[in-house]
Design a protein around this ligand. Sequence first.
Ligand code: DGL
Length: 276
Amino acid sequence: MTGRPIGVFDSGVGGLTVLRALQERLPRERFVYLGDTARLPYGTKSADTVVRYALQAADALVHASVKALIVACNTASAVALPAMSARHAALPVIGVVEPGAEAAAAASRSGMIAVIGTEATVRGGAYQRAIAARLPQAQIRAAACQLFVALAEEGWTDGPIARATAQRYLEPLFRDEGLAGAAAVPDTLVLGCTHFPMLRAVIREVIGPTVRIVDSAATTALAVERSLHERGLLSSSAAAAGLRLLATDGVARFAAVGTRFLGRSIQPHEVELVDL
Ligand code: DGL
C-alpha cells in the first residue's frame, strides 16, 4: 500500500503549483497528476457540474490505484469535497480549502481577511466558513477574480494588462470603508485558486508590501504528510518516487503551460491523454 502513488487532481494545470509543494515535502512519493484540461475552467460552472466532473476525475485516479486523493483545485475542493470523500471513504481525500483557511487564520493579526478565487469558489462560501470556523471573529471579504485564471494560463502574469486587472479586482477589497470599530483593510489575502500564485508579484504590487499573502500549496503538503503519516501510508523508499501526468485534452498545451506552473520543463511525450 505505501508504494502506491498519491493521486492529485485539478481542473487543469493550476494544481501543478500544489504538486510542486507536495514533491518538495514528500520526495519519496510517487504521484499521478490528472488535469481535466478538456473541461477547464471549473470556476464558472454550476455546483452540480463541478461535482459530476470531480467525481469522474476521482474515479479515474482511484482506478490508477492511488493511496490518497489530493484535490489540488480550489473550486473542486470548495464544491465537491464532501461528495468525493463519501464516494471514496476508504481513502484520505484532502482538499486545499481547509489548509488554506488554516494558513490564513494563522497569518492574520487583525482578523480581517480577503479571499480571492473563482466564481464558484467564492459563491459557495467554503473559504468563508472554513476561516470563520477557526477565527469566529474574522471579518472576511471575498471576490471572484476569474480573469486571473486566463492571464495565468496565457503567461500574462506581469505588465499593464495583469496590473490593470489586479487593480480592478483588488482595490475594492482593500478599500478602507471607514466602518467604526472595524479594522480598516484586510491584513491578509488568501489566493484561493491554484492559478493565482502565478500572479503573486503583480498582486503584491497592487496591495502593497504589508499585507500577508497566503496560498494553500505548502499547508496542503503539510496536511497530506500528516494524514499519510497517521495512516501509516508514507512511502518508506525513495526508489518508487516519480510522476505520471495525465490530461483530458491538449497534451502539447498542458506541457507548455504546465512547465511554468510546475517550475520545471514538461515534454509533451510525458503527458498521457485520458478520457474520463
Ligand atoms: N484550478 C481552479 C481552482 O483552483 C482554477 C481554474 C478553473 O476555474 O478551473 O479553482
